[in-house]
Design a binder for this molecule. Sequence first.
Ligand SMILES: Cc1cc2nc3c(=O)[nH]c(=O)nc-3n(C[C@H](O)[C@H](O)[C@H](O)COP(=O)(O)OP(=O)(O)OC[C@H]3O[C@@H](n4cnc5c(N)ncnc54)[C@H](O)[C@@H]3O)c2cc1C
Length: 356
Amino acid sequence: MKTEIAVVGGGPAGLAAALALAKVGRDVCVLERNDWPQDRACGEGILPDGLAHLQALGVNPAGMPIKGIEYHDARIGSFRGIFGHKPALGVRRTVLSEALHSACSTQVDLRPHEAVSGMSKIDKGWRLETPQGSLDARYVVVADGPRSALREQLGLTGKPPMNVDRLGWRQHLNIEPPSPYVEVHWGMGYEAYLTPVGPKQLGVALLWRQGVEIPKGPSRLWRWLDRFDGLRGRFDGAEPSSAGRGIGRMAVSARRSTFEDGCFVGDALAFFDGISGEGLSAGFAQASLLASAFETGIPNGAVPGLERQLWATLRSKRRLTHLLLLLHKHPTLRKFVFALFRRQPQIFGWALNRSV
Ligand SMILES: Cc1cc2nc3c(=O)[nH]c(=O)nc-3n(C[C@H](O)[C@H](O)[C@H](O)COP(=O)(O)OP(=O)(O)OC[C@H]3O[C@@H](n4cnc5c(N)ncnc54)[C@H](O)[C@@H]3O)c2cc1C
């Protein structure tokens, strides 16, 4: 079996890359170890630049418009940053997966239940091994997520990009979202993110530093909410509407974004931290980039500039993540910065809109 471009991994980054490449005339196949639609631990907010890339691909998942982000710290107070004229969207991961899958279905060879167990170099391209047999591809886009086994096999796993070890977990409540903002509630070593994702569905994501004692067991969502002043009381009567899902260490990175006849996208390339809500947008920007790079075919040898351009999709997101992680780590600095943003919300609005 042969294909021009094989995408390994059918998460949002892989499907968006496949769709973008198919739209410029490439013959694309996606190998996915599970089936669609897929769910995953995520804050489920698509920031304005990511949404623009997604919509440019003709993908418009149903979700809740988001006007901006509100930060709350019980000791300091709260402030809000507004996304100017650019919209953002809260979307259930299953809905996003379904929308991308359906957009791909007429243009991309989608292969569920085909886990790639290894790849070996052939004269022009790569041979991918799956339980169903082997597939020769002229070019490979590796999009197999944060724990990318192919990145590991290629010896291209790099150092974690952030020097703080953080983990995440999420669940949903069947309640009308309280506002069209993502609410971020800060605690000591952890935060809660409330994202509207449906008319009667609110996503609750928790992020915390390794070492923080965390609630466990069936009532863990409520025990998490108990840790934030007044938060649990706002959701009296609501019921969980999804199973909880967690994720291990968030910060991951490849050493290079490209290799001979292949590249990484999405979390397989790098992910910093859910604190800035940036992973999906990065994946969608990388998909647009690949479409431009391969518009006229697959060149022999490296695609000029692709290595640098893929990293560039992450630059502003890295800066914002660093800033927010500094505030996470240093409550005193947070107090000072929050007080400044409360007095001068336009400063935060400016910083936010430069990054999203
Ligand atoms: C707690 C948390 C909150 C977050 N909040 C946000 C947010 O609000 N906004 C935002 O934009 N981002 C957020 N992110 C980041 C976002 O979830 C990720 O960046 C995004 O899911 C990356 O998509 P992906 O396609 O690269 O990886 P994934 O979604 O992990 O997809 C990888 C795919 O590859 C498949 N796969 C793996 N190995 C193989 C194999 N060998 N063969 C075939 N298939 C394989 C998997 O089954 C999976 O389908 C958050 C992340 C976390 C952890």
